[in-house]
Design a protein around this ligand. Structure first.
Ligand code: KG4
Ligand code: ZN
Length: 358
């Protein structure tokens, strides 16, 4: 039995978790900064870093206490070191370095993007990460920072199949909410209000064609673009005479149709890629994976013969259980990081995950 302490601070949640043997989450403490950033309609890196600094120690104490674990019971400390906001990452990374050195534990640097994929396997006993029947696997990672399709092979090799050429899907939700003065973060608000609207009331564009008006070139067909739908929303609001002339009923229809355009593109591209790469399973991951309309469409339209893997909602948005869980695989395979490990804003997505088939 091995216990890994996971630490996550790449954006605006300070999170610490204790995970047993890569799958059993003993604690999942998350200190959210949403209220601090909401007045600005987005995350302010300087504010985020200061809030992480205040929250790191109490959140770690809470995670250890809830798990009933002492530092001496731990086998390693896994921490997100990339990609993300540098000021935010630096706080969690340095906290992890201090904690690891003081307690003579190995430090394991984790890629936040890969951790999101791993989050889909937590507390789901019937789907085990590493099960050969699930590979090759396709992951659709949709968050505030990413929209990407990655093929994961049974040896842990990850190959990027498509990414966004402009905004991430979560950003498209957040920016739409800003345009309509709804608040931050936009995704959960838009999902809630959309429930009262007609998803086919407004025909928002889907980015299946290039700017030339022709179909996307084969090498680009799994890439995403959300700037067009965002601009279309802006024009629609302008054509309605501005937000002051939009009734509640109109707003609900606009939001439901906007959400529908995003969900439609995500599922159609992901499943086109699933067929192209002959994968056995498709994993949905990242904060946008909380979205009920996306989850429903994903489960209902996945190609026959592919298994749909949907994370529990608490492991979609940023958390440290996904970091501690994935960290166990590194620890089990004897992979650790030097104390000189640096934070990086970006990381290539083509990497190898040390998957442990135990
Ligand atoms: O994974 P995450 O917590 O942080 C990043 O790594 O970016 O994702 C946050 C993003 C935000 O853009 C937020 O609006 C979006 O996930 N999000 C949602 C929902 N819940 C969170 N988007 C759509 N529907 C939701 N229910
Ligand atoms: Zn994230």
């Amino acid at each position: 039995m091995s216990l890994i302490l996971g630490i996550e601070s790449s954006c605006d949640e300070t999170a610490v978790s204790v995970v047993r043997d890569g799958r059993e989450v003993l604690s999942n403490a998350v200190a959210s900064q949403i209220a601090k950033h909401a007045p600005y309609g987005g995350v302010i890196p300087e504010l985020a870093a200061r809030a992480h600094l205040q929250a790191a120690f109490p959140t770690a104490e809470e995670a250890l206490k809830t798990a009933g674990v002492k530092p001496s019971d731990l086998s390693a400390v896994a921490v997100t070191h990339a990609p993300g906001l540098i000021p935010s990452l630096l706080v969690g990374l340095n906290f992890a370095k201090g904690f690891a050195s003081a307690n003579h534990l190995p430090l394991i640097g984790i890629n936040h993007f890969s951790a999101h994929i791993y989050g889909a396997f937590l507390e789901q006993p019937e789907i085990v990460f590493g099960d050969p029947a699930l590979f090759p696997m396709l992951a659709l990672v949709v968050s505030g920072g990413h929209t990407a399709l990655v093929v994961v092979d049974s040896d842990g090799k990850m190959t990027l199949a498509g990414t966004t050429m402009d905004d991430a899907a979560g950003e498209a939700f957040d920016k739409a909410a800003k345009v309509l003065n709804l608040g931050y973060p936009g995704g959960p608000l838009i999902e809630k209000l959309s429930k009262n609207g007609n998803p086919h009331a407004v025909e928002f564009p889907r980015s299946f064609i290039a700017s030339s008006g022709k179909p996307l070139a084969p090498e680009n067909r799994f890439h995403f673009s959300f700037s067009g739908v965002k601009t279309a929303l802006l024009y629609h609001v302008r054509d309605c005479g501005g937000i002051e002339n939009i009734s509640d009923a109109m707003l609900f229809d606009i939001l439901a149709s906007y959400q529908e355009a995003i969900v439609d593109v995500l599922c159609r591209k992901a499943f086109d890629a699933a067929r192209f790469y002959h994968v056995k399973s498709v994993v949905l991951a990242g904060g946008v994976a909380c979205n009920g309309a996306l989850r429903e469409r994903f489960a209902a339209t996945i190609p026959a013969g592919c298994k749909a893997i949907l994370p529990l909602k608490k492991y979609c948005t940023d958390n440290a259980a996904m970091v501690g869980g994935l960290g166990w695989h590194y620890w089990k395979n004897g992979v650790s990081s030097p104390l000189t490990l640096d934070a990086q804003a970006r990381l290539p997505l083509n990497q190898v995950l040390p998957i442990c088939f135990e």
